[in-house]
Design a protein around this ligand. Structure first.
Ligand code: CA
Length: 376
């Protein structure tokens, strides 16, 4: 049996053991290496997600990750995606994987902040890390060990598997001219960003994506954040709210995760563990690239075709966001031991990033803009 036959057999689930291999046909006969190859165990795993099926950027990335793992393993580990609500409800995926009823999950770590506030740091926190910085902290700055410790308590092994890049500040029906315009404003914003809004006098609501448009239309909310131009255009928020603010203080680069049942992960042979880790790392790069490309294209459409008005938050609003964010994050010092250690690790990394990113990414981007768009 040659390699192509083996892959074809694996893809159709025929290679399940020594005996099954002979169903592949007479070409397997007389090849001494065939039985050894054919005896490789084929595993069929399921990945539950918090996204609707093929949801742009996130559901599509989960599907690509599943395909990557299946292909890289040569069919030894096939992964099938089960979108939110098909096997388990969106926010049931953490528990489903922890209990081992399915093997993998795809989500954003801050969805599980009810289990530990430390999990916010692996997704996004107000005035936190950009996509590149988050990757640097997780892979090189001690983040992964803290994440492993936190998820390990629930029987899970987490991997960084994507990033949305910088998110937008959100859609507002009325222009924001000063801090006063935030008093009593009802805005959809989940997580710690929502807590920051409450501290500055707004009302923050956490609505699932599918309910935001209706809530804006009926006046239940006055404003909403979602992701960025690509996803926001698809939801049609521009039809209700014309002012589109930038940038988002609350999600400067949201980390997306793949988590695996820890016992099942550790029971895999080394090469399949490496396949999962490497596929996640590759998909993390792919997702960020796709978001950056499609956001740029969608931004043009929003402005040229839909008359969206771009606005930057006024300085006093930005300052208030900053002050309240420092307060909210600072309270992590009084949280449980793991959250405190995670916060301290994040904080030390961010201090370094403030110095280095200022000179590198920020320094270059400022310079490029001054030279290429001097009047904008
Ligand atoms: Ca968001």
């Amino acid at each position: 049996m040659n390699r192509r036959d083996f892959l074809a057999g694996a893809a159709t689930g025929l290679v399940v053991g020594g005996a099954g291999a002979y169903a592949l046909g007479p070409r397997a006969k007389g090849r001494p290496s065939a039985p050894a190859v054919a005896r490789k165990k084929t595993r069929h795993w399921t990945m539950v997600t918090t996204w609707p099926e093929m949801f742009p950027g996130l559901g599509t990335s989960a599907a690509r990750l599943a395909q990557r793992i299946t292909a890289m393993s040569g069919g030894e580990l096939t992964v099938k995606v089960a979108a939110a609500g098909t096997l388990v409800a969106a926010f049931g995926s953490f528990d489903a994987v922890a209990q081992g009823s399915v093997e993998m999950g795809h989500a954003a770590p801050y969805y599980w902040q009810g289990k530990s506030k430390s999990f916010n740091f692996f997704a996004a926190v107000p005035f936190g890390l950009t996509a590149q910085e988050l990757s640097a902290w997780i892979h090189y700055g001690g983040g992964q060990a803290l994440w492993d410790e936190g998820y390990g308590q629930f029987g899970l092994k987490p991997f960084l598997a994507g990033n949305t890049g910088v998110q937008m500040g959100g859609w507002f029906k009325k222009e924001i001219r000063s801090m006063d315009d935030f008093k009593g404003l009802k805005m959809r914003m989940p997580g710690l960003g929502g807590e920051v809004l409450r501290r500055i006098g707004a009302t923050a609501e956490n609505l699932p994506g599918g309910e935001i448009f209706t809530a804006l239309t009926t006046g239940r909310i006055d404003a909403t954040e979602w992701v960025g131009p690509w996803n926001d255009l698809a939801f049609g928020f521009y039809k209700i709210a014309k002012f589109y603010y930038w940038p988002g203080f609350h999600e400067p680069g949201t980390g997306i995760e793949c988590f695996v049942n820890k016992a099942k992960f550790e029971a895999l042979p080394g090469h399949l563990r490496a396949v999962i880790a490497t596929a996640c790392r590759a998909e993390a790069e792919a997702m960020l690239g796709e978001f950056n490309h499609r956001n740029g294209t969608a931004l043009k459409t929003l402005i040229a075709r839909h008359g969206v008005k771009l606005r930057r938050f006024p300085d006093d609003v930005t300052a208030a966001f900053g002050k309240a964010s420092a307060q909210v994050l600072g309270e992590m010092e009084a949280a449980d031991d793991l959250t405190r250690r995670t916060y301290r690790s994040f904080h030390a990394f961010r201090e370094e990033a403030l110095s280095w990113s200022r000179l590198s990414d920020q320094g270059f981007l400022d310079m490029r803009h001054r030279v290429l768009r001097p009047k904008a």
